[in-house]
Write a protein that binds this ligand. Sequence first.
Ligand code: MN
Length: 151
Amino acid sequence: MDRETQATVRRFADWRWNEVPLHPYKEDGAAPFRAITRQTLFNDPGFACELRYFEMAAGGHSSLERHGHMHAVLILRGEGHCLLGETVFAVRQNDLVTIPPWVWHQFRATAGAPMGFLCMVNQARDKPVLPSDEELAAMRRNPTVAAFLDG
Ligand code: MN
């Protein structure tokens, strides 16, 4: 009841925000991801949402997953590709990506440079689901998707 939100300014330098912990992407379980870090920029209980910054090193990628909650993504740095359902999109700095509920999604940085994005999510949200072997095989029948997944 007496919780108070502190007024803060966190300075940005070298693609990191000072005083905001830097985490490996996911600490729990064995989701197939590579070379990606997370900073949670805003998650005050007074908000309904959280804003996180994810950054993939060159050639890195997020896990291929889906879930009932949505993502609002702003590509902040670099370029790469994202898979949304069965479509592969080229994405670059300042592009906006809306990921609806239960759509398979994955982000991949280009081989040459890091890619970073802001991702807004509801604070209350369900856990991501990874594809089964059968679902992955079905996705791979689309050659464009298979090429994307193979990096
Ligand atoms: Mn997700």
